[in-house]
Design a protein around this ligand. Sequence first.
Ligand code: AHR
Length: 630
Amino acid sequence: MNTILLLLAALNVITVNPQVEVGPAAEDLWGIFFEDIDLSLDGGIYAEKIRNPSFEQYEQNSWTQGLPLQYWHPIGKPEMQVKAADKKDVAAPSPKSMLVTCRPGEGVWNEGYFGIGVEEGKRYNLSFALRFAGPLGDRSLPVGGDYQAPRMKVAFDRFGGSSIGEVEIPLIADDKWHEYKATLTATATDPQARISFIVQCQPSTLTFNLDTVSLFPAETYGKYGLFRKDLMEKLAALKPKFVRFPGGCWVEGDTMKEAYRWKNTLGSRWSRKSQHNLWEYWSTNCIGFYEYLLLCEELGAKPLFCINTGMSHKENVPLEKMDEFVQDALDVIEFCNGDANTTWGAKRAELGHPEPFNLEYLQIGNENKGRAYEERYPLIADAVKAKYPEIKLIACRFNYDLKCRPVEIEDDHFYKDVGWFFDNADFFDKGKRRNENKVFVGEYATQKRIGRWGDLRGALGEASFMIGMERNPDKVKLAAYAPLFANYEHSNWTPNLIYVTPNESFASPSWNVQKLFAENAGDTVVECKVEAEPRTITADAMTTKDGEVIIKVVNMTTKEQPLNIVGVDFSPRRVTKIIFGGTEDGAAHNTFANPDALKEVEVEVEVENGGTISDTLPPNSFVIYKSRSK
Ligand code: AHR
């Protein structure tokens, strides 16, 4: 028996040779991919709680099924309709508003993104614009008698009506637009509260236009006040080196009308045109291209913009009309990097950011391929390279190798089952790929049989694959898990890294794995040989400038694995071990109720006489050994 155990132990040997350098770590390897998918932006990271805040989401088509007004509802029997602003109404805060006629005690409510989501004791900043349109606006006021000045009661209501926080705002009774601001404090927690606007005035019928209704938590992340704190904290914990945005399929759209065009997303946030999103909702574009850049800045990450290349899922732009798309690419670089004397740099400065954003990476298209891509890619690529040779271009590799131009970096996507990831930890070592181009693994995630929320085995599959990426720094330059967020009530894609309700969120075990890689990235990849049965363990090793040795190991099996680490003389050092997973239950996962069901632990490791480590890897585990000089 002992002999068998000894033999097994001998099988799992990791030999690390810090003196043999594979190469410097890819400097921007671990990033994130932010797509406007499954309400990740509106109803996700954008902290705005009002849905359809400036009534621009009024598009009658097959998808809206002719609904006149979305996400707003009556209290009592008011008349409610969306109105385009009169051309003479130059003070109108946005192109459309809601015209409401109601009696005292009646009003409207907004449903938010599946609830307004408030938390006891927290403050929320409200603002809205209103003008009376008659009959009150037509009268000269005050009129005496039992007349009371009009007021708007704004409240957080529980389902069924009881108020959990309210404020009364006196209104100015004339026919000019006025902006009102107030702070509401929630007296209870309710993820599904609604926000109601009830008019109080005696004894009149009121007609007014309501516009630009906004509710933000008083506490947001960072300096721009745009982003939801809990979600940004989860992203910041990943220490992303770059943010690829805004898609994904959202960049392409099903048709060119739905394709992402960055210039359409600038200007006043209230006036931006909503756009049908192929992930089955309307995007407000309130987080437009500029705000995406602010998001990158808040995270200290490089922007990696994926631009439409004149191709959508169902149609392509004729070649003779491609000039506009080429110009978009040149202009976006000027917008990001040009100084304030350039046309687009000046527009950026006007928006409040005279300093450039230093765009370094531009991806031409998402999952495009074939003849149409061969025809369009060089139009954009050549124009960009001629004017901005320093920009690093990324081409799609979507089951297709681009032939028309040498590829600088190719974007490859991997949505596979756990077994595939375990079997392909060596994918980027020699021999398995179709070419030797530099790679951006722009989207990857384990799929199938990993439950609704992603599970431990799935995360370990990704960890194995990530080890394979990390130990090939000359080939794999960038990588990002996908997708990042899904609203709990609108999840068209499974799994996602982080799940969101109006006031809660939790991350899948894949998030822990992403975080651990980012936190434990070394500076140099060094030689690391693994002797083990296939599909048992995989590993890599790195050193840091401070002389630290970092060894990452995945135990892909559901059993404990004995392990010997040799080659590094650990004896004069202190060794710590971070363990993630370590349970026989590969289906273990996090939930809203138990967001930290799976969490890494850190312990000290015994170093043997002779400086080696003899250890046991727990079942289903990702383990990181870190040595520090004493
Ligand atoms: O990540 C979800 C989708 O998967 C992306 O939009 C697309 O690029 C890929 O097919």
